[in-house]
Write a protein that binds this ligand. Structure first.
Ligand code: AHR
Length: 496
């Protein structure tokens, strides 16, 4: 057993709400993220509801996916929405130039995406084509989706295509990575283009928040220019940050499985950069938007490893292990800390791509360790964040030193208090002494996610290797809670 951590939670001083959309998901036309993973078509032998895989729908409903972002990603700035409406047999086949050069038959388009979000009960985030499209194309797409029934020509065309009532577009992405695959623009130019497109994107129904293409990692100049030029026009600025075990070279990110402890440590060290990036981008935003009206939307985050051996490298397929569960939990703890500014996020990506919730292979499906983290943190959705003070021992590996313990806490809609504790140390258990200030909790229950190997993962043949289990190791006495976190574990406690 290693040294102890102490945690104080100000249960009597609730902070800002953790917006449910922080648990959003990203789905792109990329590999089998949509085709095969979500959409199999009505005639498929795979059990489906109007073309959507039944197993995937059910699994995603079970973790209450609050919001889905679509159609990209890099794909979005080459996507023309008219290709994806009307009779499927008449939709044009194109090449997906970003992801593997494969045929894109457009059988999953606007109606299919909206139908999917409706089946999940999720809010919608549609990313418009800014890089290679026109303001008119975007404004017409918005009109097609949101104009009230029986009004415009586009509303009638929507009805002819099977949908009378308008949909709600909760978020409109004004391009994606405009500094890169979205058009290789300079920040000032991108900001002007953003303002131009926003001027003409007017929803016919519902509120539609506009999310500007934001920085990646530490590109603070981008945030500065965007906030200066577009700040008054936008509702959110995106932030993208991918966690990699080896962050020196994109061509060599490191494998998803079979890694040494040094790469466990470097991954969990790298992912905590998220805290610094959010802090520093927020500080720039504070200068232009002290009321915090504009959200920071972390709409692409998660791990990115070398593609799984034997797969198309353009499909970004990777296994998902206990290490990914740690990354997910650490990031959610960071988002909770920054709840005032981070009001939406989307992990990349929902099914079969990068740090996925679910993996599929033909008719088979498996839940990843990351899925189980989203399950454990369900009480965080819409809960009040609570201030926490943490004094943690350090986990050291080679030249890396990181806090062994990470924590976040919320007061849930159910009135209960929920505390997530992460022990990233793969070698030592750490006792935690925890105080919940201002509240007399009498009962504690818990769940734990852990496994014996650092790269433990679930496969189609062994789907239950990493799965949450009941945890009875927390004790309350005289207002103090004591708990020992096993090595490499995530423990979520409920206190009443
Ligand atoms: O998620 C994969 C890709 O990563 C997205 O398409 C792009 O926005 C980012 O570079």
């Amino acid at each position: 057993e290693g040294p102890a951590a102490t945690v104080t939670i100000r249960a009597d001083e609730p902070g800002p709400q953790v917006h449910p959309d922080v648990f959003g998901q990203f789905m792109e036309h990329l590999g089998t993220g949509i085709y095969g993973g979500v959409w199999v078509g009505e005639d498929s032998p795979i059990p489906n509801d109007s073309g959507y895989r039944s197993d995937v729908l059910q699994a995603l409903r079970d973790i209450k996916v609050p919001m889905v972002r679509w159609p990209g990603g890099c794909f979005a700035d080459e996507y023309h929405w008219r290709d994806g409406i009307g009779a499927p047999e008449n939709r044009p086949v194109k090449i997906n130039t970003n992801w593997g050069g494969v045929n894109e038959d457009n059988s999953f388009g606007t109606h299919e995406f909206m139908g999917f979000a409706e089946r999940l009960g999720a809010r919608t985030y549609v990313s418009a084509n800014i890089g290679s499209g026109t303001p008119a194309e975007t404004s017409q797409w918005v009109e097609y989706m949101t104009a009230p029934a029986d009004t415009t020509v586009l509303a009638k065309e929507r009805e002819e295509n099977g949908r009378r009532e308008p949909w709600t577009v909760d978020y409109l992405g004004i391009g994606n990575e405009l500094w890169g695959c979205g058009g290789n623009m300079r920040a000032e130019y991108a900001a002007d283009v953003t303002n131009r497109f926003i001027t003409f994107a007017k929803p016919g129904t519902g509120e539609m928040l506009k999310i500007a293409s934001g920085p990646s990692d530490a590109n603070y100049d981008w945030t500065e220019a965007m906030m200066k030029i577009s700040g008054p026009h936008i509702d959110g600025l995106a932030l993208h940050f991918y966690t990699r075990p080896r962050d020196e070279k994109w061509e060599d990110k490191g494998p998803a499985l079979g890694f040494p402890e040094s790469e466990w440590a470097s991954t969990l060290d790298h992912t905590q950069q998220m805290d610094e990036y959010i802090t520093r981008h927020s500080a720039i935003m504070d200068r232009y938007d002290p009321e915090k009206r504009v959200m920071l939307a972390v709409d692409e985050w998660g791990t990115w490893y070398d593609a799984a051996p034997g797969t198309n490298p353009g499909f970004l397929q990777q296994q998902n292990s206990l290490r990914d569960a740690m990354v997910a939990a650490l990031n959610i703890n960071i988002f909770t800390k920054h709840a005032e500014r981070v009001k939406m996020a989307a992990i990349a990506q929902m099914v079969n791509v990068l740090q996925a919730m679910l993996l599929t292979d033909g008719p088979r499906m498996v839940k990843t360790p990351t899925y189980h983290v989203f399950d454990l943190y369900q009480p965080w959705q819409g809960a009040d964040s609570l201030p926490v003070e943490l004094d943690s021992p350090v986990y050291r590996m080679d030249d890396i030193s990181i806090p062994a313990v990470s924590v976040s806490a919320v007061r849930g809609a159910d009135g209960a208090f929920h505390v997530a504790l992460v022990n990233v140390d793969p070698n030592a258990a750490h006792p935690v002494g925890l105080r919940l200030e201002g509240v007399d909790a009498a009962r504690v229950t818990g769940r734990i996610l852990t496994a014996s190997q650092m790269d433990a993962h679930n496969t189609f043949d062994n789907p239950g290797t990493v799965a949450p289990e009941p945890f009875g190791g927390a004790k309350i006495s005289g207002g103090a809670i004591s708990v020992t976190l096993p090595p490499k574990s995530i423990v979520v406690l409920q206190l009443r």
